[in-house]
Design a protein around this ligand. Structure first.
Ligand code: PDD
Length: 280
């Protein structure tokens, strides 16, 4: 693959970053994952806006303009002949001369930036037919989950806890209610109503979430942005998750309890179809 590192397109085997890079030492970086279908970026503007917000919340500078960023995304799709998959983008607080808890002066230490593509079947995902199984775990992340940082050890650990139990992912619970999945937003469906936690600093403001809720309303579904418990989810007709790397993905089991019929639900599959149609 050709990747982009600090202003240059290079083969991935030649890409280098400093061992002092603050993303490496302190997880001091933000990221975005934008999906690609048919060689086209899905909702680049949404990802660009969220990136701007993550950067500004952390007082980090963007080393490129948004126009340049779009150009780099397009160039990587082209150079790698990417038809379907995504682009990972990371901006870090750069590489100071040494490790220090205090942030370096951005005039002296410029932000670092890397992007790479990955191929993945998104439209015909094998797990859509079966749905996924999730476990619940306490949400032990820091409290600014609205910022998309590279601080991903707890979500990664959660994913491993799920795998150890023969499941696919974990839904995190705080004060008795679900926040979100390890790398996705969480939903339940009751009749014609789609229920998902309201936006706040407690969850990531999913770009797929925003689109799916908009399409759901256009398709005459009811949307309720509110808290729900694992018990309520287990009693729901359907459950699903959304993210740039899964789109709408049905959930068929939570903590061992089958959801609805135990098969991917009609509403979830319908929303997935609409999302893909609208994104093509
Ligand atoms: N994750 N919540 C969390 C904690 C996430 O990490 C993500 C995305 C989402 C969904 O956001 P979006 O719809 O904008 O992808 C929700 C990406 C895909 C990842 O970490 O790979």
């Amino acid at each position: 693959r050709t990747v982009y590192v600090n202003g240059e397109y290079v083969p991935e085997t030649e890409a280098k970053v400093s061992i002092f890079d603050r993303a490496f030492l302190m997880a001091d970086g933000v990221y975005e994952v934008t999906s690609v279908i048919d060689g086209k970026l899905v909702d680049f503007d949404g990802h660009a806006k969220r990136l701007e917000r993550s950067l500004s919340e952390l007082e980090m500078r963007n080393p490129v303009t948004m126009d340049e960023l779009l150009e780099i995304h397009r160039e990587l799709v082209k150079r790698n002949d990417l038809e379907e998959g995504g682009i990972y983008l990371q901006i870090t607080r750069g590489a100071p001369a040494d490790r220090d808890f205090a942030w370096p002066d951005p005039d002296e230490v410029p932000s670092g930036i890397v992007l790479f593509t990955f191929a993945k079947k998104l439209v015909e995902m094998p797990s859509i037919k079966t749905g996924i199984k999730v476990i619940s775990i306490p949400d032990e992340r820091w409290s600014r989950r609205d910022i998309k940082t590279t601080q991903l050890l707890y979500p990664s650990w959660g994913k491993m806890m799920a795998k150890k139990k023969g499941c696919d992912d974990a839904w995190m619970v705080e004060e008795g209610v679900v926040t979100e999945g390890t790398s996705n937003n969480a939903y339940i469906v009751k009749g014609n109503t789609i229920i998902t936690r309201a936006l706040s600093n407690d969850i990531l403001h999913g770009i797929t979430r925003a689109a799916v809720l908009r399409f759901a309303e256009e398709a005459q579904f009811k949307v309720e942005e509110r808290d729900f418990t694992i018990a309520e989810a287990q009693e729901a007709d359907e459950a699903f998750i959304t993210s740039a790397t899964t789109f709408v993905q049905p959930v068929v089991e939570i903590d061992g309890a089958a959801i609805g019929t135990g098969k991917p639900g009609d509403v979830s599959l319908r929303l997935r179809e609409i999302y893909i149609e609208e994104s093509l």
